[in-house]
Design a protein around this ligand. Structure first.
Ligand SMILES: Nc1nc2c(ncn2[C@@H]2O[C@H](COP(=O)(O)OP(=O)(O)OP(=O)(O)O)[C@@H](O)[C@H]2O)c(=O)[nH]1
Ligand SMILES: [Mg+2]
Ligand SMILES: [Zn+2]
Ligand SMILES: [Zn+2]
Length: 386
């Protein structure tokens, strides 16, 4: 089964649909027409005008259009008509769901994580990250990299998908592995930028439900500024900014974890998908942490998962949670997940100045840690003890 990375419907490989290539050059083909299915799925202005979609009796990599007989290799999801990239059909990778309460830092995290995977971390891991479709390229530029890296402005609060449905960003992440670096292993990262409130609605949208149930791993972002017990650990300025959402039901960090877990669980028993639980905005807390502590050090770029460092960070975040009377989160995770790990990270690396990123620039801190751990769990990265 392949999960459509756009609408998250599960499709048997033989049921993948095709889109006619239409006329081109000297080749005759079907005329383009409004695609109402794709239009309805995108929920935006008007239906895109494209050649028609058809199903093939025996669907392989290509099929002949029943109306014009032209061969097409343009594969689409039968349910939403989004294009399914060839690489994705060949290697339908893991779907990583990213969730967190409103204002937890999800969008900023996506923007910075992708940037790091393209640059610094990509070099370290000998990996490449390639957008799977044009909309991913456009959206990343327009909604993430443009404002944050271009204008150095903080991102706007994500609009609820109810008001404006959005496509996920879909990337193919490929590593060369093995001795002599002869093999490659890939992972499809489907990053669906949810608005905090979408995860809180009693009637969560069907799209979100499908997204969560298709997930092979989940990353929870917790905002330490909104954990009541963390208040004392904050510096003056951060303290002033914290707890601003206290009256807002959506800000309840734990509640999102519980809601999402309930949804994922379905049946009884512990969840077996790995859960990475990260405190975001850790830059706000660093002054109050011991200088020798794991979260004060940068991770060493050794191209593998440093298991000792992993243990130390896990331990430190656990003790922070307990210190902040948020130990309940830890106990809850232990009860519901067979595998989970705790992280502390900062996408921006320093406290923003008003609506802009700090003058010192964006200096991400340990943003890749959850992903390295997931890669390790998926056997795409070695772990080392030192
Ligand atoms: N200090 C610090 N603040 C951050 C960091 N990342 C995000 N923030 C702050 O958190 C705010 C919210 O970040 P977003 O990325 O928009 O959060 P979100 O989870 O996408 O929020 P919604 O889309 O509204 O659900 C930003 O405007 C920043 O003020 C960080 O790494 N450090
Ligand atoms: Mg957002
Ligand atoms: Zn689909
Ligand atoms: Zn045709």
């Amino acid at each position: 089964m392949i999960t459509c990375p756009y609408c998250f419907t599960k499709v048997a490989p033989g049921r993948i649909a095709f889109r006619c290539l239409g006329a081109g050059g000297r080749a005759k083909g079907c005329a383009p027409r409004p695609d109402t299915v794709l239009g309805a799925f995108r929920g935006g202005a008007g239906d895109p005008v494209l050649p028609p979609v058809f199903t093939a009796r025996r669907a392989g990599r290509r099929a002949a259009c029943p109306s014009c007989s032209r061969e097409s290799a343009w594969r689409v999801c039968p349910s939403c008509h989004s294009r399914l990239p060839a690489e994705y059909c060949a290697n339908p990778g893991k779907i990583v769901a990213l969730v967190g309460a409103k204002h937890a830092g999800k969008s900023t995290y996506i923007a910075v994580l992708v940037h790091e995977l393209m640059n610094r971390v990509g070099e370290e891991l000998h990996s490449s990250i390639v957008p799977c479709d044009d909309r991913t390229i456009e959206r990343y530029k327009q909604d993430f990299a443009g404002p944050l890296y271009g204008e150095r402005k903080l991102l706007l609060s994500t609009q609820s998908a109810v008001a404006s449905p959005r496509d996920p960003l879909v990337y193919l992440f490929t590593r060369t592995v093995g001795r002599l670096r002869r093999r490659t292993a890939s992972l499809t990262l489907v990053l669906f930028d949810t608005a905090g409130e979408d995860l809180r609605q009693r009637e969560m949208s069907e799209l979100h439900l499908r997204y969560l149930s298709a997930a092979d791993a989940v990353i929870f972002l917790l905002d330490p500024l909104e954990l009541p017990g963390a208040h004392a650990a904050l510096t003056g300025a951060a303290r002033a900014r914290s707890g601003t959402l206290a009256g807002d039901l959506m800000s309840d960090q734990m509640d999102v974890v519980a809601r999402v877990t309930e949804l994922l669980r379905g049946k009884s028993g512990k969840l077996t998908i790995p859960a990475a639980v990260a405190l975001s905005k850790i830059d706000e807390l660093r002054e109050s942490m011991e200088r020798q502590s794991a979260l004060h050090r940068a991770r060493e770029p050794i191209g593998a998962l440093d298991l000792d460092d992993r243990d130390a960070v896990d331990e430190q975040v656990r003790s922070l949670l307990h210190q902040w009377e948020a130990g309940m989160i830890d106990r809850y995770l232990q009860q519901h997940y067979t595998t989970y790990a705790l992280f502390g990270l900062s996408a921006l690396g320093s406290v923003p100045e008003g609506e802009a990123v700090a003058r010192s620039g964006i200096r991400p801190y340990r943003v890749e840690d959850p992903l390295l751990w997931l890669l390790y769990r998926f056997k795409m990265l070695h772990g080392v003890r030192r």
